[in-house]
Design a protein around this ligand. Structure first.
Ligand code: ATP
Length: 309
């Protein structure tokens, strides 16, 4: 039995169908990331799993139980990050954790949790005085106070700095290693790539792909070569010797949709060498999660504008 089971789920708000027949599972000890553009139906799916509303069609179960019917049995076994509005703004971090600890029979140690999320020096700070990233880290700690078997983490790295992200990632990996089923949402694809065992991609309420990243990459079409070189290369000239289109995605960052065979790579590097041009960086192989995501959600038209890699 999967720890989280979503089967043909449909969620409607009046005329809007927010989730339209989505199905996936999360096993104990696994991290699954739910990805999708704004309005794709991620929060609606998680809210159903958290028991906030009933499915309009289809069914869900968490640890084999119904999130609404079995709410009392389930509540102590699941971890949910409270929304900003759900936290008393004048309460101090450590007090908040102690308050939540009181809801559970064998809670985690509040001080230790603060350390795990890197907030020890903010223990006596009030919630409303925390930065956005610090509030997010405290929310994560609150989700974990009851030693949950299933954790729903809604954008745990939103607004969190680089050091904090590393801590959050470690917390998520530790949870999975201790057997917790983790379902998280994020808009940070690089983060998803680092932490997820599997990804589930939804768009306009529909599931567009699900599986381990390596599998999605293998099925997402042609493989590619990416490289860095001076901007303004003769892309058409290089493309003709490679037999493929060369795209300058952002100044000095190139992509060639060609099978990265040793011959193709040798052709590329000799073309640059003949012109005495430097090679800043060379990556060959599978598509990045960002490419898979943009292709599957049909948003790959204006990549050059916001690609910060
Ligand atoms: P985001 O990435 O922006 O958080 P999401 O994938 O979590 O988006 P949802 O919040 O599940 O998306 O929303 C899915 C769709 O349902 C959107 O079109 C949204 O406007 C709509 N929606 C969500 N909640 C409600 C509601 N309470 N009433 C009416 N429409 C809603």
């Amino acid at each position: 039995m999967a720890a989280i089971d979503v089967d043909a789920l449909v969620v409607r708000y009046g005329d809007i169908t927010a989730v339209d027949g989505v199905g996936f599972t999360v096993e104990s000890g696994e991290v699954v990331t739910l990805l999708g553009p704004n309005g794709a139906g991620k929060t609606s799916t998680i809210e159903i799993l958290e028991g906030y509303r009933r499915p309009d069609e289809g069914s869900v179960s968490v640890l084999g139980l119904d999130p609404i019917v079995d709410r009392v049995r389930l509540a102590p076994r699941i971890g949910v990050m409270p929304q900003v509005g759900g936290v008393y703004p004048g309460i101090r971090c450590i007090e908040m954790l102690r308050l939540y600890a009181g809801f559970h029979t064998s809670p985690a140690d509040p001080e230790e949790l603060l350390e795990r999320v890197g907030l020890v020096d903010r223990a006596r700070s009030m919630w409303r005085h925390l930065s956005g990233g610090e509030q997010q880290r405290l929310s994560l700690a609150l989700a974990l106070i009851g030693h949950p078997q299933v954790a729903f983490l809604d954008e745990p790295t939103a607004g969190v700095d680089v050091t904090g992200r590393r801590l959050v990632r470690q917390v998520v990996r530790d949870l999975a290693e201790s057997g917790v089923a983790v379902l998280l949402t994020t808009h940070d694809l690089a983060e998803a790539e680092k932490v997820a065992d599997r990804v589930v991609i939804v768009d306009h309420g529909n599931l567009v792909a699900a599986g381990p990243l390596a599998e999605l990459a293998a099925t997402s079409g042609a493989r590619q070569i990416r490289f860095g070189a001076p901007s303004g290369l003769d892309a058409a000239g290089l493309g003709s010797v490679l037999g493929a289109t060369v795209i300058e995605e952002s100044p000095g960052e190139y992509r060639v949709d060609v099978e990265p065979t040793p011959t193709a790579i040798a052709t590329l590097t000799s073309w640059l060498a003949e012109r005495d041009l430097p090679l800043a960086d060379l990556r060959a192989g599978r598509h990045r999660l960002e490419d898979i995501f943009l292709t599957l959600t049909g948003n790959d038209t204006d990549r050059g504008d916001d690609d910060d890699h």
